[in-house]
Structure formats: C-alpha cells, structure tokens
Design a protein around this ligand. Structure first.
Ligand SMILES: C[S@@+](CC[C@H](N)C(=O)[O-])C[C@H]1O[C@@H](n2cnc3c(N)ncnc32)[C@H](O)[C@@H]1O
Length: 279
C-alpha cells in the first residue's frame, strides 16, 4: 500500500536525525533523553541522557521477562543492548533504512518483522512487548488487541512515550490522547502495574531541538539561500514562489516560540507504563 506523505516525511525526518546524530554526536538512539538533575541540556550531552533513558527502561523490565518484541526499534541500538543483557529480542519496524542497520547489528540473533506493528503476522509469543517512543505511531484502536495476542499468559506491555493531556492545539505534535488510551486500557485485557511520569526529565529535549533549529539550522538555511540568490536569483525566486505555502508552514512549525519545554509540560505527559496481561 502506498505510504501517506506524512508517514514518508516522518520516516525521512528520523533517517536524517539518525545520520546527523550518529555522524556528528555519536547518538545511537532516536528517542528523547532522560535529563537527570545536574546534566546540562546540550547536544553534546544528549548521548548521556539517551543512555539514562535506556537504563531507566531496563530497570523497569519485570524480572521474569526473557523474550521481548521491540516495536519501532529504530536503529536497533536498544534492542542490541537487550540482547547483550541476555534477552531474546525480536523487532518490528516498517522503515527500510532502519531495518538494514538493525539487520547488520543483530544478525541471526533476532527476527526482524519488516512491517508496521499493525500488520505483523507470526505465531510467536513474547514475555514483553515494548514501545520506546513508538507507541504514538501505532493505531490506538488496534494496538492493545494486537499486543495481547502476541503475549504469553501474564506477559507485559511496556510503553515509554509521550501522550496528549488535552485536545488543545499545540505546536509540538505527536502523542496519543491520554484519556482515550486509559479508557481503552481499562476495557482491555491489561492492568497497569507501573505508571511513572517523566515529563520534567524529558522536556529539556524540546528546548534543545528548538535552540539547535534556531542557532544552527536556520542560519545554515540562510547561508544556502544567499548562495543561490547570488548564483541563480531567478530560479530561487521561482522555487520560493512555488513552495511558498510549504515554506510558510515550516516557518510556523519551527520558528515560533511555542516549541518549548514549558509548553511540552503544559500539553504533553511523558510516561512509562508497565502493564500486565491479566485476562
Ligand atoms: C522515535 S523512533 C524510536 C526508535 C527507538 N524505539 C528508539 O527508542 O530509539 C519511532 C520508531 O517507530 C517506528 N514506527 C513508526 N510507525 C510504526 C508502526 N506502525 N509500527 C511499528 N513501528 C513504527 C519508526 O520507524 C521508528 O523506528
């Protein structure tokens, strides 16, 4: 099936994020970092904050878990870490670019389902299904039933992701609606056994991205624009006219002051949920 433009641009965004993050800042992951008190929110510290995020999740994996399905495994660094800790890990990811990296990293040790979670076809069962910042991308009306069908009796679902607290418009996109999620969870075969709010420790990522956009990406784009203006002024004028709506949209999305940790805290809630399949 043809991917929607929104999905393709999101996946390309993650690809660019991984290339730049890995190439320039040794970042292995595509998730937010967990900024512990005292850790200065700077791009050079992001790998430390991402490592803290992984350690935080690992410390909440129930003791009896041996097999894990990592949904939306990104570039696979977290899956690899779990494998190295002795877990049997399989992955699901619909993105070709990421899957090539994951295959190289995990080799024969893991099965990689190269599809959306919603389309997974397998008779395998797992002790735990984890969604590390991937839950927001899955169809909320289907995710709980599919997760339950892939779990052993008494298995766990670990979700670490942000949710929308309310339906008010917010410049920071993403996240399932928390009240809808909790409502569906209440009617499902899962019971929450842990619910931890890490909004304050993850919000500094938003300020970091905003600062990087304004201090690095915008000046770079300005320099590229000046170069084209000096070499090909008419072509540049035509491009700017043709894409004027898109340019205005991007400017509105990235250049307002609404993308801040403060607004993230107001509109979103970043949570770790560990849920157990009880029925
Ligand atoms: C923000 S990244 C997080 C990656 C990784 N879990 C990490 O913590 O670094 C979101 C991931 O979800 C994947 N994804 C998006 N839609 C998905 C879907 N419907 N089913 C499974 N994975 C999906 C993306 O390809 C990407 O790997």
């Amino acid at each position: 099936m043809k991917e929607s433009k929104k999905t393709v641009s999101r996946e390309i965004g993650l690809e660019i994020g991984h290339i730049v993050g890995k190439g320039l800042f040794q970042l292995d992951h595509l998730h937010y970092g967990l900024w512990k008190k005292g850790l200065e929110p700077s791009i050079l510290n992001l790998h430390i904050a991402q490592d803290e995020y992984c350690k935080f999740i690992i410390s909440h994996i129930p003791a009896e878990v041996k097999s894990i399905l990592d949904v939306g495994c990104g570039a696979g660094a977290f899956s690899k870490r779990l494998v190295d800790l002795g877990y049997k890990v399989d992955c699901v990811c619909p993105t070709e670019y990421q899957n090539k990296i994951v295959e190289k990293l995990l080799g024969e040790t893991s099965e990689i389902f190269k599809c959306k979670f919603e389309d997974i076809q397998t008779s395998k069962k797992y002790d735990m299904i984890q969604f590390c910042e991937s839950f927001q991308y899955i169809d909320l009306d289907r995710v709980l039933d599919i997760a339950a069908s892939l779990l052993n009796p008494g298995g766990y679902m670990l979700i670490c992701d942000f949710f929308k607290k309310c339906s008010d418009a917010c410049a920071i996109k993403g996240g399932q609606k928390l009240d809808k999620f909790l409502d569906l969870l209440g009617k499902s075969s899962f019971k929450i056994i842990e619910d931890i709010d890490i909004t304050a420790e993850t919000a500094p990522n938003i300020d970091l991205v905003d600062r990087t956009t304004k201090e690095v990406i915008v000046p770079l784009a300005g320099a590229v624009e000046r170069f084209f203006q000096s070499q090909h002024p008419i072509v540049l004028k035509l491009i700017k006219w043709k894409y004027r709506k898109k340019i205005a949209k991007v400017e509105k999305k990235y250049l307002t002051d609404e993308k801040s940790g403060k607004n993230f805290t107001q509109y979103k809630t970043y949570r770790l949920f560990v849920c157990r399949k009880v029925k």
